[in-house]
Design a protein around this ligand. Sequence first.
Ligand code: ME8
Length: 518
Amino acid sequence: MAGPKRYYVTTPIYYVNDVPHIGHAYTTLACDVLARFKRLDGYDVKFLTGTDEHGQKVEKSAQEKGIDPQTFTDQVSQRFRDLLQTMNFSADDFIRTTEERHRISVQALWEKLKQNGDIYLDNYAGWYSVRDEAFYVESELTKNADGSFTAPTGAPVEWVEEASYFFKLSAWGDRLLKFYGENPDFILPKTRRNEVMSFVEGGLNDLSVSRTTFKWGVPVPGDDAHIMYVWLDALTNYITAVGYPDENHGEFTTYWPADLHMVGKDILRFHAVYWPAFLMAAGIEPPKRVFAHGWWTNEGQKISKSVGNVIDPVELVETYGLDAVRYFLLREVPFGNDGDFSRTAMVGRMNSELANDLGNLAQRVLSMVNKNCDGAVPAHGEFSDDDKEMLASAHGLIHQLREHMDVQAFNSALETVWVLIRACNGYVDRQAPWKLKKEDPARMGTVLYVLVECIRHIALVLQPFMPHAMAKMLDLLAISDAHRSFDFLGSAHVLEPGRALPAPEGVFPRFVVEEQGA
Ligand code: ME8
């Protein structure tokens, strides 16, 4: 017999030298929507997020503030935990790399790599970017007029020469390519997969995995002069959180390999090349998928602290409301592509898609039910072909959605729901139930019943995207908490004719833009 359905999804762990902004909120939102979707669809879900607290960059930020790194990370990692509240994220675990469970796990992984002959001591001489916490070869860099060099990300680099342990990455190229070949959906989107494959086909150098010039990190077992490379430390969080090094019990056997590591395109190489190589070298199965999403700009400009155009999720939520922000971020751009955040586009979608298409549909239908059907779910007569088509679309929605969600195509999933919403609005206009009131009240009941059943389906499947607003809509339909999982899609008996409904209320107000100076 097949075991219970399980789903393990992770966000990157964020550096604590930065305040959380829209980019961080975006990645975690995508994971939250998937986690909620899978829970409603009957999966046992683990949704992990957290903070990346070690490394030279964090050490430097603490020094600049004149506080010790632990106090600094305690303060700033709290802001990422606060973001979970602000955005209504349903994470099951929040990992900090400064925790003891993580030190144990990273050191155990190191020992395993060492035992298996994949780690050796040598000297590193080359370029390093503290901002990216990444090593670069000179051919990747741009030379500036003053003789200094810049990384492809725009970050400054410095020349480093020190004793270092190396991971034999060069020995894993062929096995990685074989793995990508056997798992065509390991890296999504496909264009990113091609980039990674050509990088690996170009030949891999061994990777420096320890540093001796700073202290803020996990010491190499048996050689305290070395601190582990922050990416080896950070990536390991995904297995720490399921109990590594205990590979044979509990959460590890339940959830590993992870179903999805969600990341931004900036950190794909670490997740799709280094991480599966470390895992294979340690005899651990690689994750099933890494999805690299695109980059947000702000009104056309790169988001950066120095430009001063960082979008604060708290401000957005205060201005537009949480569910509208959640909806917009996943609706505006095909997931995987870059996107530009514009307030005009935000307000446009709020008013046309949330307030008009969906909000008005619910408001119109529920007001008619309230006025003309004694405020109770109407009884239905025989269904016409038009009715049957509407009901079939509602009942079929989940099958299409699962397909989209399984490849993280959030905007297509939402578009599928909006196709039904628009069809419902067309059906209302066509059937004109307000006219039927006098002519044929029984037929009016049937039409309104079909619409209420469609709205129930729409609200159920949109819960992962807009949890508060859809809870309110389901309250207006008097659907009990016990009937809100996807098990109840397609089951007509949930909507009992005669059940009293509360007085209708608007769920999505129109957003009125105040004129400047008004
Ligand atoms: O890289 N648009 O942490 P980080 C979209 N600690 N997403 C964005 C974004 C933007 N403008 N800006 C940031 C690290 N992100 C490491 C990760 S994981 C083992 C270690 C999101 O704080 C996006 O997900 O720099 C990106 O990959 C991540 O924040 C980088 O977060």
